[in-house]
Each structure stands twice: as C-alpha cells, then as structure tokens.
Ligand binder design. Structure first.
Ligand code: MN
Length: 482
C-alpha cells in the first residue's frame, strides 16, 4: 500500500559561459562527484541525477519545463558552483512547478591557502553565486529550500535528505484520495472544513460514500478468507479473552477480519488511500471497524474517525513522506484524551475509542474484544498496546474559514507511569514542548484539534517546509514557545 514512484531528483550545476570551456567542464565533473557522494550516502533517500550545466535562459527554461513534465522527477537541486546571473532564471522559475532546493555548498572544504589564485576564485565562488541565485526567489516570492554546508558533511546530507522527503510529500499530496464513509459527526467543528479548498491548495480528493455501499464488500468476503486472516491475527497477537468463551471471542474477531478485507477491497477498487468513518452511522456493519482499521493504518492507509477527513489525509501524507525510512518508529492518528496534571509527571494520554495505529506500538500487542461504551453495536475486537517513546511531532490541520492552518507541535513521548489494565485501547503518552501548560495553552489558542497526525520520523521543520510549499499557514509550538 505504501508503494510510491521511484522518484529521482535532478541535480543542476548553475554557472555561466564567461569562464571558458575548461571551467565549465570542471563544474560538471565536480557535480558528478558530489552527486555520487550523495547517492552513496544513507542519509539521502532518493537518487540524484546530474543534468547539464544551467548556462543560459533557454537551457534553464527547457530544463525546468522538462522537470515539470517528468513524473519521476520529484524536484530540482541546484548548486551555484560559480556565479550564475539570476535574471537568467526568471522565465524558468515562472514555469517551474516542482519543488526546488538550493544546495549552497562548495567543492572545496578549505581555502587552499598556498595555491589560491584568481583562476581558483573564478571557478569556486559559491559564496558569491549562491547569494545571486537566492535573491531571485526572494524577489519573485517563490518558495524554495536552502540547504547550506559542505557536501560531505553528514549534517548537510541529512538536511538534504529530509527535504527530499518533503518534496515527495509535495508531489504526492495530489495523489491523496480520502473516502468518507458517512458524514462528519453532527455539530463538531474542528474536524470539518472546506473540501474544495483542500483540493485547490493541497490537491486532496475527498469524497463521501454511503456506508451501506461498503457493506456488500464486507459481506462478500468468504469464510475461507476470514479463517485465514483470523489465524494470522491469532499467530501475531497475544489473545486476551477476558473470560469470554473462546468460540464466541473468535466470532467477534472474525467480524473484524471480514471488515479488513472488505474495506481494503473497496478502497483499492475505488482508488482511495485514506478514509474516515463515523461510529454513529455504521449502516449494516455489525461492529465498529476497530482491529480492521488498525491493521489498515499499519499497512499505510490514512484514517480518521467521526468523519474527520483532514487527519486521515495528513496521516497518509506522513506515511508517504517516511516511506522506506530505515528504523522508522511510525506515524499515526492520535486523539488527546486525558491530562496528567501531577507536577513533574505532566502529560497527555493519547488514544482513541479503538482505532489506534499499531505502527507506534512498543512491545507486546494484545487482542481483546471489549465493549465500546458508546454506540450500539457488538463489542469490537481491537489491538491494545502502549506506545513508543522519544521525541516526535503532533500536527493538526484546521480550516479557519479563509485559510488552512497547520499547527505543528514538538512533543516528547514517555512511558506511562503505571499500567492501565482496565483501559482497552492502544495508548501513547506525551508531554508537549516547552511543557504541558504552555504547550497546551498555545495549542488551544492556535485552534488545534483533538485529533492529531503524529510522527516519530518527521521534524517540525519538514512540516513547515511542506506547509509553506502548499501555501498554507504553519504555526510551530516548540521549546522556544512562551
Ligand atoms: Mn475522535
């Protein structure tokens, strides 16, 4: 489900034809060497392809147009090895729709004190060229990314790699398609919003379907398919029967197995990669999809409850942006439930009724079937766990009427102090930065939702870069917030 295109990034050395062929040849050779180093680095997740030197207005415009037309090109990385007059870029930049990163690097790490002469100065003047190149973006008010540093420096490579994931997110945002089974929960404001503007700004398709259009897909799942998937659940998770009869327990789990298969078939057949439902409008479904949705989230589908269509799209976006990441810790939907206000132990218990993404589970995952205490259906089987720990971000996209705002908060996920044996849901516990009081107060003032798309694997900087590229308003709450 997380298969995405084999994206590549075009690496374009920026120069001009005043220096003679020898310098231009060196510029290109150096670009090939830098690209090879980037391609060999574990910190750079996508392939870098060297393009001919950007020399003249015509070459620049045709290169940028070709990048736009190439579906596998996720963005352009430029390097002003020499001076490269930036009026030459105006027409090209007016056409360019792909993300652009200005890699403000230099071939040599150190000034060659003993041998430096004017020939060297002409050939190696990134300090000069990168300023001219950057100026035109400020002048034209075009969003671009600047990554500064020596090309062999892991910090610069990591920053470039993180921007690549943002660029893939910008490209893939248009491919996000959210299926809403039923409408938004009545009277709830923050999960609703302007779906037309979401498509204009973010590229997201958001469609509604009657939940009973899904029911035949669930009912059509065969007994053999249900048995096979239920056996897989039994092999994968730790069964906790809570005194239930084993056969009765298995029947509850089987309902979720049929739902997992049926929902995925519906989504695949209709081309959706994210979805929402609503516990108050389940039509012919026997149970609130719980285990079924947890499994689909872990496979890479975005999901949001109560008709929330913005959070599933954000979760899907995060899963795409982190696709293929080594040692990824996960990105997931969460809901702010309950505070711990005890001094020194402050935090927010994050969970949901049952649909908590096991991508962020730490340790054992239990499978139980317990009452929901809400709605009017059978007890749904669901996975129960506690979450991973460490620094992460929580985000909330809200519609303020005349604009979208993406609230991005740095958080620290922590172990819960004690087990919660009576709570039948997956949980994560976190403290917002700079602390619970200031972080929560700022979140409330910013209009953030109780639903969040959280990620252990993305930074606030990356989400700001994404939001700015989509021309929406980012708000960051972090250690510096007061
Ligand atoms: Mn909710």
């Amino acid at each position: 489900m997380l298969e995405i295109k084999k994206y590549k990034f075009w690496f374009c050395p920026c120069t001009q034809d005043l220096y003679g062929d020898e310098v231009l040849a060196h510029v290109h050779e150096h670009a090939v060497e830098v690209a090879a180093a980037l391609n060999a680095s574990d910190l750079v997740p996508y392939e870098v392809v060297v393009k001919p030197n950007l020399l003249t207005n015509d070459v620049i415009q045709s290169t940028f147009r070709a990048a736009d037309m190439d579906d596998e090109c996720a963005g352009i990385i430029t390097w002003a090895h020499t001076f490269s007059p930036s009026k030459s870029y105006i027409h090209g930049l007016q056409d360019l729709r792909k993300p652009l990163c200005q890699f403000a690097t230099q071939y040599n790490e150190e000034i060659p004190y003993d041998s430096i002469d004017m020939d060297f100065m002409n050939e190696n003047q990134a300090a000069h060229g990168e300023r001219e190149f950057g100026h035109i973006f400020a002048r034209m008010r075009i969003n671009h990314k600047v990554v500064f540093g020596f090309w062999k420096d892991p910090e610069a490579q990591a920053e470039l790699g993180q921007w690549m994931r943002v660029a893939v997110g910008i490209n893939e945002s248009r491919n996000i398609r959210v299926c809403r089974f039923a409408d938004t929960m009545r009277n709830v404001a923050v999960t609703d919003g302007d779906k037309v503007e979401a498509e204009v700004k973010l590229g997201w398709t958001v469609d509604a379907w009657p939940v009973n259009d899904l029911v035949p897909y669930v009912d059509a799942v065969t007994d053999a398919e249900v048995k096979e998937l239920t056996d897989e659940y039994y092999d994968t998770y730790e069964l906790v029967l809570d005194g239930r009869d084993p056969e009765e327990f298995r029947r509850h789990v089987e309902v979720q197995a049929a739902q997992e298969i049926g929902i995925e078939r519906f989504l695949v057949e209709h081309g959706y990669n994210a979805f929402s439902d609503h516990f108050g409008d389940l039509g012919g479904l026997k149970q609130l999809p719980s285990l079924a949705i947890q499994r689909l989230m872990a496979k890479g589908y975005g999901f949001g409850p109560e008709g929330d269509w913005k959070t599933p799209a954000m979760v899907r976006l995060m899963k795409i942006m982190t696709a293929g990441m080594k040692d990824a810790k996960g990105s997931a939907l969460m809901e702010d439930y309950t505070y711990n206000l005890v001094k020194g132990k402050e935090g927010i218990l994050e969970s949901h009724m049952s649909e908590v993404d096991p991508s962020v589970a730490e340790g054992r995952i239990a499978l139980r079937a317990t009452p929901l205490s809400m709605g009017e259906r059978e007890d749904p089987a669901r996975l129960i766990f506690t979450g991973k720990t460490g620094p992460a971000i929580a985000t909330s996209l809200v519609d303020l009427g005349n604009r979208f705002r993406l609230i991005i908060q740095d958080i620290d996920c922590k172990p819960v102090e004690k087990p919660m044996p009576m709570l039948p849901t997956g949980t994560v516990f976190w403290e917002p930065r700079p602390n619970l009081k200031v972080g929560t107060t700022a979140w409330i003032y910013a209009g953030g939702a109780h639903h969040t798309a959280m990620s252990f694997d993305l930074s606030a900087d990356q989400m700001v870069d994404w939001a700015e590229s989509m021309d929406i308003e980012p708000v960051v709450i972090d250690a510096n917030t007061n």
